[in-house]
Design a binder for this molecule. Structure first.
Ligand code: ADP
Ligand code: MG
Length: 366
């Protein structure tokens, strides 16, 4: 297994018509040997372009890409020993599953027919395709097709495995299952892997580390816990997490509180800065305190009005309105909470899990 290093990698698409597009702005990243790193971001942020540059399907405009310590820029895709699986499968319809898998084998090192068959058999067994080796792609389910694409990517034991939205075509139940299998397989085989996804849940559940991207820029690199609990900026804060973090415009006063309106001040530990900010708090970090707590214990930050109550399986989501605050607040509580629209509830913001961002730059203030 090898590590993968991206050093100042940039990609500018130029066309005769229109302005150049800077799809990847300057990316520095090391994927350690055996690690699974997810590139996560909204559509168009440069994830696939990054993957295609690593695979050699796209030239880099600037920078260098190293696999196992050696630059691969001069190498053609077949020479880089990377395994690639894209979301649209890329299977050959007239060929059987076995023949499709064989296409992933290194043409220069095909070996004897018997070895080839053994390798196909081994991969098919690992990813649950033994029963359909003689079938053609048209007769397969979308889950099976995605497995064939994956099998073709791993069959040559690549140094680096590159997966672009590998589970996007599956329905929810299949996706959960395949996700777990993919993780097991990646661990078992120890492949250095880069996985592209726009699905934050997929990134958080699969990856050792997540690279959050936006408009060609890396916003944060961290473990799933780090990007969830310690977002570097307002973009990461809003993109990672479901239901999304509440982001409320406010004014930070010198002494620490953020004023969301003339009636609502949320205490924070931030000193020395003042000005326009965005206050971030996840729905599960807004605490409902007893109706009297604000008077007796002084713990509540505000009394809110309940607008919407959504009973979900594991929790209840409340949409509430804070006095004088335009943006609504979503609160997640345990199941079985009895709240009705129109009711008043006291809310407190979890002090250690309230984030403040500079309104202009989006940077986190600490
Ligand atoms: P993602 O995979 O994150 O959705 P992409 O890497 O596919 O995003 O695209 C990033 C940006 O580069 C987008 O603005 C896209 O329109 C642009 N882009 C991608 N491929 C090309 C191309 N071949 N020519 C011109 N622009 C492209
Ligand atoms: Mg893409």
């Amino acid at each position: 297994m090898s590590n993968l290093v991206l050093y100042g990698v940039r990609k500018v698409f130029r066309s005769r018509r229109g302005a150049p597009v800077e799809a990847v702005r300057r990316m520095d990243l090391e994927v350690r040997s055996g690690e699974l790193v997810a590139l996560l971001g909204p559509s168009g942020c440069g994830k696939s372009t990054t993957l295609r540059m690593i695979a050699g399907l796209e030239d880099v405009t600037d920078g260098d890409i190293l696999i196992g310590g050696r630059s691969v820029l001069g190498l053609r895709p077949q020479e880089r020993n990377v395994g690639v699986a894209f979301e649209n499968y890329g299977l050959y319809p007239p060929l059987t599953v076995a023949a499709n898998l064989a296409f992933g084998l290194d043409a220069r090192r095909l070996g004897r027919a018997r070895e080839r068959r053994a390798r196909i058999h081994d991969v098919a067994r690992r990813i649950g395709l033994l029963d359909v080796l003689d079938a053609r792609p048209a007769s397969l389910s979308s889950g099976q097709k995605q497995r064939v694409a994956l099998g073709r990517a791993i069959i040559r034991a690549p140094d680096v495995l590159l997966l672009d939205e590998p589970l996007s075509r599956l329905d929810a139940a299949q996706r959960d299952l395949t996700r777990r299998e993919l993780r097991r397989l990646q661990r078992e085989l120890g492949y250095t892997t880069v996985l592209v996804t726009h699905d934050q849940e997929e990134a958080l559940s699969l990856a050792d580390r997540v690279v959050v991207m936006d408009e060609g820029r890396v916003r944060q690199v961290g473990t799933p816990d780090e990007v969830y609990d310690d977002p570097a900026d307002v973009f990461v804060a809003g993109f990672v997490g479901e239901p999304a973090m509440n982001l409320l415009p406010g004014v930070l006063e010198g002494g620490g509180p953020v004023w969301l309106s003339p009636h609502v001040a949320v205490p924070t530990d931030i000193r020395g800065a003042a000005g326009d900010v965005v206050l971030g708090v996840r729905p599960e970090d807004v605490i409902l305190v007893g109706p009297d707590a604000d008077r007796s214990g002084g713990v509540a930050d505000a009394v809110a009005h309940v607008l919407v109550v959504e009973d979900l399986l594991e929790c209840t989501l409340l949409t509430v309105e804070l006095p004088g605050v335009e943006r609504r607040l979503v609160v997640q509580t345990g199941p079985g909470l009895r709240a009705v629209p129109g009711q008043a509830v006291s809310v407190a913001f979890h002090r250690l899990r309230t984030y403040v961002f500079d309104a202009k730059t989006g940077e986190r203030l600490r």
